[in-house]
Design a binder for this molecule. Structure first.
Ligand code: PEP
Ligand code: MG
Length: 559
């Protein structure tokens, strides 16, 4: 038995067999050269990896119903694999260097990557990506590793503890959730989308246990204690038995009945009322939110619903999902955020943009405006659902007024088609890009409310990716730069008598949330489980104390 510590990002207990998902570590492979005497045998290994690659590509082309341009990409790759020159080049390197094929292939990929950076011609760049993809495919075959797209869990019969170095949200979308008992990652961060999605799906997850993949063997038994932040490898029988009990108790507690009708009363000691709403991504989380006294759903992450669908949901299916959430909300307001896909959140059946720097690319509203048919369908379901409750719509990833105006035009059009008054729901924007925060006054005439998304606002202000655990020290949510931006947004909303709330993870932290009240905000949206804790923290202070706290934090030179 062995115990390791990590950071729990989706609480719960999970016990199960390990499934090790190894991704390719180019640096490690490229630095590990084995001297090969029998190059004929090594080349035979290469050839069999190529034969397998040919079969896979043919299979993809035959089986999958791709649009013509996508099929053409795989055809090009197929031709490349058949090209004698391509194979010849790799063979000659293996022969000349007497090196193992993994060493040769990974270094070829690295060389390609460095060349790729200097190419400006779009067609050539695409060609390079194709070549690289082919190299990766051969490498995966020689290492007998599967790509997450190949559904690595397909042969798994009962749910497993999925262990990987890192995982993108889009990878999680591709995995069969019914086979995931828990997730352990070597990397990651608590504000990463992976963390948010595992929480919404109710999959216990723990991150930042570096090196765990090397300590584990396939079929080891592992316990995830994502309450205390522990992973126990091959537990003794008594430890396992006590965790089995805990697992049952916990899963009962985690599925509360949603018959609570009261809203948590959050008041400062001098009677200033604060609305505590919840961020949710699933029906389960909505139940949890209501049971914890949420005043409403301040953020419904619709992309999580899309990620849980195997194919594009129909308008009716999507409407049914909102209908269930609105029924649970019992006439509390529900802020439906338009699909925030793109960057690290790809949905397998939606268009994917191969971008240099996806976090700064076609994400959120930028994606939707480029895929208008998706936006229109999405808005149709929302417009229909607006008849069932107090719907608000938030536009994600807003940086320009032009994007908001175009969205509003399309929204008006869809509402007219659906016979729904456009004024049936209020429309607002997510302020999560500094450009929007700093020019908010120009947005007010077009919108009814703002919700500040500090997870992204912090990432873009500090140039520190929220997916990257290595730059955690730079993501300072309570930094004066962020607080000053929030304060100015609140003042701007007050001047216009408009609603403003904050839905980034900092609102879930009982140590930080009171500070936000001191800045003047009166509505927060957070993880459902944080509502009672944040409520208690705010209830203890007077608004004057909180203003002083905020003033000091704004002036702090401890940066
Ligand atoms: C945010 O950016 O703070 C936010 C709430 O949105 P998400 O975490 O879904 O990007
Ligand atoms: Mg965001």
């Amino acid at each position: 038995m062995r115990e390791l510590s990590g950071e729990p990002v989706s609480s719960g207990i999970a016990i199960g067999e390990v499934f090790l998902f190894r991704q390719i570590d180019l640096n490690a492979l490229g630095a590990t050269k084995f001297n090969i005497d029998d190059t004929i045998k090594e080349i035979a290994r290469l050839e069999s990896a190529i034969v397998k690659a040919l079969e896979q590509l043919k299979g993809i082309i035959d089986r999958e119903n791709h649009p013509a341009d996508v099929s053409a990409i795989f055809q090009v790759q197929l031709q490349m694999l058949k090209d004698a020159g391509f194979l010849g080049e790799i063979k000659s390197i293996v022969n000349a260097q007497k090196a193992n094929i993994e060493y040769v292939l990974s270094n070829q990929i690295k060389i390609l990557e460095s060349k790729f950076r200097s190419i400006e011609n779009e067609v050539l760049r695409t060609r390079f990506l194709d070549i690289q993809d082919v190299y990766y495919r051969i490498l995966r075959n020689s290492l007998e590793i599967e790509h997450v797209r190949a559904n690595p869990l397909k042969r798994v019969r009962s749910p497993v503890i999925f262990v990987a170095e890192k995982l993108l949200p889009s990878d999680i979308a591709l995995l069969d959730h019914s086979k995931l008992r828990g997730i352990i990652l070597e990397e990651g961060s608590s504000v990463s989308h992976v963390a948010i999605i595992t929480k919404a799906l109710g999959i216990p997850a723990i991150i930042k246990i570096s090196g765990i993949s090397s300590l584990l063997r396939a079929h080891d038994t592992v316990i995830i204690d994502a309450i205390k932040g522990k992973v126990i490898i091959n537990p003794t029988n008594p430890v396992r038995a006590s965790y089995e009990k805990l697992e049952k108790t916990y899963s009962r507690a985690a599925y509360p009945k949603s018959d609570r009708t009261t809203i948590a009363e959050c008041l400062t000691t001098d009677g200033i009322a604060v609305a505590l709403e919840a961020n949710v991504g699933s029906i389960k989380e909505t139940r949890e939110a209501i049971a914890n006294g949420a005043a409403g759903i301040g953020l419904l992450r619709t992309e999580i619903f899309y990620m849980s669908c195997a194919a594009m949901p129909s308008v009716q299916e999507e409407f049914d999902y909102y209908a269930e959430i609105l029924a649970l909300a019992q006439n509390r307001p529900v802020t439906i955020r338009l699909l925030d896909v793109g960057a690290d959140k790809n949905v397998p059946y939606l268009k994917w943009y191969n971008e240099e720097n996806p976090q700064m690319g076609i994400r959120g509203i930028r994606f939707l405006l480029r895929n208008e048919e998706v936006l229109r369908k999405h808005l149709q379901s929302i417009a229909r659902a607006s008849r069932l409750g107090r719907v608000k719509v938030a536009i994600p990833f807003v940086s320009t007024l032009a994007d908001v105006s175009r969205t509003l035009d399309i929204m008006a059009d869809v509402c007219a088609q659906e016979g729904v008054e456009r004024s049936a729901f209020r429309v607002g924007i997510m302020v999560e890009i500094p450009a929007a925060a700093l020019s908010l006054k120009h947005f007010w005439p077009s919108i009814d409310f703002v919700t500040i998304g500090t997870n992204d606002l912090v990432q873009y202000t500090f140039a520190a990716s929220r997916e990257d655990g290595n730059v955690e020290e730079y993501r300072q949510a309570a930094h004066p730069a962020i607080l000053a931006m929030i304060k100015e947004c609140i003042a701007s909303a007050r001047r216009r008598k408009k609603e403003i709330s904050l839905c980034g993870e900092m609102a879930s932290d009982p140590a930080i949330a009171p500070l936000l009240i001191g800045l003047g905000i009166r509505s927060l949206s957070m993880q459902p489980a944080s509502i009672p804790l944040v409520c208690e923290a705010i209830n203890r202070h007077s608004s004057e104390d909180l203003e002083t706290l905020a003033k000091n934090a704004l002036e702090s030179a401890n940066i």
